[in-house]
Design a protein around this ligand. Structure first.
Ligand code: SF4
Ligand code: SF4
Length: 156
């Protein structure tokens, strides 16, 4: 699958990472919030919210879903859909819920929230791995073009 096709699949999450957690936007600092305040995660009535898809929820400005922390990362995981077996290991283990999966199909990385911790790469069982770490500035197409071949088992 080409990079463009992968990107198209990820566009399903359109309202993710709308704001940046750095300069020029309007959020209260943690020390400006009155003690005991309730910061709602969603705008309006949140009844049945668990049954809505992530991109259909009405997130409030306090919800980290709408903010991007991409600038915190120095290395990033790149996903190769051609090797993936949809085992969901990466989805289970990612500490930042940054693996995008739908109907048990791995779709890619939520680069707005991924911190580059490499856990997903560690737990990926394929040969070669379907996720590998690259510099934050690496072009995704070039990363995919440099993917390693399958490693042969050494004879004992
Ligand atoms: S690098 Fe870490 S935060 Fe990013 S997708 Fe992988 S496990 Fe999640
Ligand atoms: S752990 Fe690897 S093989 Fe399993 S779903 Fe994630 S990327 Fe695909």
């Amino acid at each position: 699958m080409s990079v463009e096709q992968q990107d198209l699949k990820l566009k399903a999450n359109a309202n993710r990472g709308q704001s940046q957690l750095e300069g020029g936007f309007d959020l209260l600092g943690w020390d400006e919030v009155t003690q005991g305040s309730v910061l709602p995660s969603f705008d309006g009535d949140a009844t049945g919210i668990a049954n809505k898809k992530a991109e259909e929820r009405d997130y409030s400005g306090y919800n980290s879903y709408t903010a991007s922390v991409a600038s915190w990362r120095v290395i990033k995981p790149v996903f190769n859909i051609d090797v993936c077996i949809d085992c969901q290991n990466c989805w289970v283990w990612c500490p930042d819920s940054s693996i995008l999966s739908r109907d048990k199909q791995m779709l890619g990385i939520d680069y707005d929230h991924c911190k580059g911790c490499e856990v997903c790469v560690e737990v990926c069982p394929t040969n070669p791995k379907s996720l590998l770490m690259f510099s934050e500035y690496e072009d995704i197409g070039e990363a995919l073009a440099s993917w390693p071949e399958k490693k042969k088992k050494e004879k004992k």
